[in-house]
Unconditional design. Structure first.
Length: 116
């Protein structure tokens, strides 16, 4: 039985977590937690758009993210592709599934650096 996306339950039966972000650390790091999926995609894309306007590399602590769907991964890759030469999107501790999707679909994208 399919579960409509409007219910507050993911396919695995675990409750979906809203997307939350806040500033962290001394170097303009942004900590993001929750899940990136259809309902939170607009907030995810707004966050990424705001980060592009900052100076220097974009630092994101994604250790609190439990799920990113393919649309969320695509938004992340598009954001990195729009960065000027020399700037990077450094993501710390993303979900393993996001790392695999990035390696599979955007293996040559050097503007994203994954750090554990």
């Amino acid at each position: 039985m399919a579960v409509p996306h409007t219910e507050d339950v993911s396919v695995s039966g675990h409750p979906r977590r809203p997307l939350v972000s806040d500033e962290c650390g001394p170097k303009d790091c942004v900590r993001v937690s929750g899940q990136v999926y259809l309902d939170t995609l607009p907030a995810w894309e707004r966050l990424l758009g705001d980060l592009v306007d900052r100076e220097g590399d974009i630092l994101m602590d994604m250790s609190g993210i439990t799920f990113v769907d393919v649309a969320g991964a695509s938004s992340l890759a598009r954001t990195a592709q729009c960065l000027p030469d020399g700037r990077r999107l450094v993501i710390r501790k993303p979900p393993a599934s996001l790392t695999r999707v990035l390696e599979l679909f955007w293996p040559e994208l050097v503007a994203i650096e994954v750090v554990e």
